[in-house]
Ligand binder design. Structure first.
Ligand code: AMP
Ligand code: MG
Length: 318
């Protein structure tokens, strides 16, 4: 198991040696390595068992650092970063040569973000390089929103987990591309479409999942528990007894399931709270030995609800 702690100097030393540290962010925990060191980046893919066609997000704490490895921001990108950085917004920018093809899966753009979590910002400030960091979970599984989640799954692959408590947003960042005239959201996330459009006007949303993704966050099946998982409307077709099924509800319990097998995302119908509880709730049901399948239900399709529903769709995709 990894050591869980709050010592930035330990994290810094490990990263400077070209090794990996799990870091807290406001979205989910990241598995971080030196983005300028291709060997460190290779370790990230290996530890996660992540296919190399799935590019990484690079984390910075300043625009000076950003300009070391990216070309200039398009105007609308600058407007968005002014509004939402530090925060759960990732933008795609043309990369400079210092960023290896491994980070970007051979693309000429690199995904970048300035995270908001104080501990990780302090760590980034202390380093001479930015951090490449995908979510700190085995590829395809539910994302981690606490240090303990990381330790459960990657604890034998990393030395140190920087403990920043529970993630405040609980969903991955929103990814925006500026390749076309109209910016495009490639992945729904912690900044809602409404918030983005309020700053830069109409955007396209790529909400269609596929098995041949343009961006791997678009993979059809992702964020999946180990147990069987199904949408509530699929329950009609279940012929076996489902008294051992677990239920991840939005605001109200469902009498068809045992009360102790149910978790609600937000009794007060607050979508931010629901987002924060989503991955932890799924994980708790997945780990509950009394449950052998998980039933989920969509939340209202607005604000962060769109991103929550996107994750539920992928978690239940075959
Ligand atoms: P994760 O950090 O695990 O949430 O995954 C990062 C996600 O960022 C990937 O799955 C991709 O969807 C996306 N991404 C990273 N770099 C690029 C890029 N250059 N172009 C498009 N999408 C990217
Ligand atoms: Mg991920």
């Amino acid at each position: 198991m990894a050591t869980i702690g709050i010592d930035i100097n330990i994290a810094k030393t490990i990263l400077e040696e070209g090794n990996l540290v799990a870091i807290p962010t406001e979205t989910v925990y990241g598995l971080a390595g030196n983005a300028f060191n291709v060997d460190a980046v290779a370790k990230i893919f290996k530890a996660k068992n992540r296919p190399t066609f799935d590019p990484l997000i690079v984390h910075v704490d300043s625009f000076e650092r950003l300009s070391e490895f990216t070309e200039e921001l398009p105007a609308k990108a600058a407007q968005l970063t002014a509004a939402f950085w530090p925060g759960p917004l990732t933008i795609l920018l043309k990369k400079k040569a210092i960023i290896s093809d491994l980070v970007t899966a051979g693309l000429d753009t690199v995904a970048v973000r300035m995270p908001r979590h104080a501990l990780t910002r302090e760590l980034l400030k202390s380093l001479d390089f930015p951090l490449a960091a995908p979510s700190a979970n085995p590829f395809g599984y539910i994302s981690p929103t606490s240090a303990q989640h990381v330790n459960q799954q990657l604890g034998d692959k990393i030395e140190y987990i920087l403990d920043g408590g529970e993630c405040g947003v609980g969903l991955e960042s929103t990814i925006v591309s500026f390749e076309n005239e109209v910016p495009k959201i490639l992945r729904l996330g912690g900044i809602s479409t409404e918030e983005i459009e309020a700053v830069i006007g109409k955007v396209e949303v790529n909400s269609h999942s596929s098995s041949q993704p343009q961006a791997p966050g678009m993979l059809k099946s992702h964020y999946a528990p180990k147990k069987r998982i199904l949408m509530i409307d699929a329950l009609e077709r279940v012929t076996e007894d489902f008294s051992t099924y677990g239920y991840l509800g939005f605001n109200v319990f469902d009498r068809r399931f045992k009360l102790e097998n149910q978790i609600l995302l937000s009794e007060s119908e607050n979508l931010n709270e629901a987002a924060k509880n989503l991955f932890g709730g799924l994980r708790a049901l997945d780990q509950n030995p009394n449950i052998n399948a998980i039933v989920v239900t969509f939340v209202p399709e607005k604000g962060l609800g769109r991103a929550i529903n996107d994750r539920l769709r992928r978690a239940t995709a075959k």
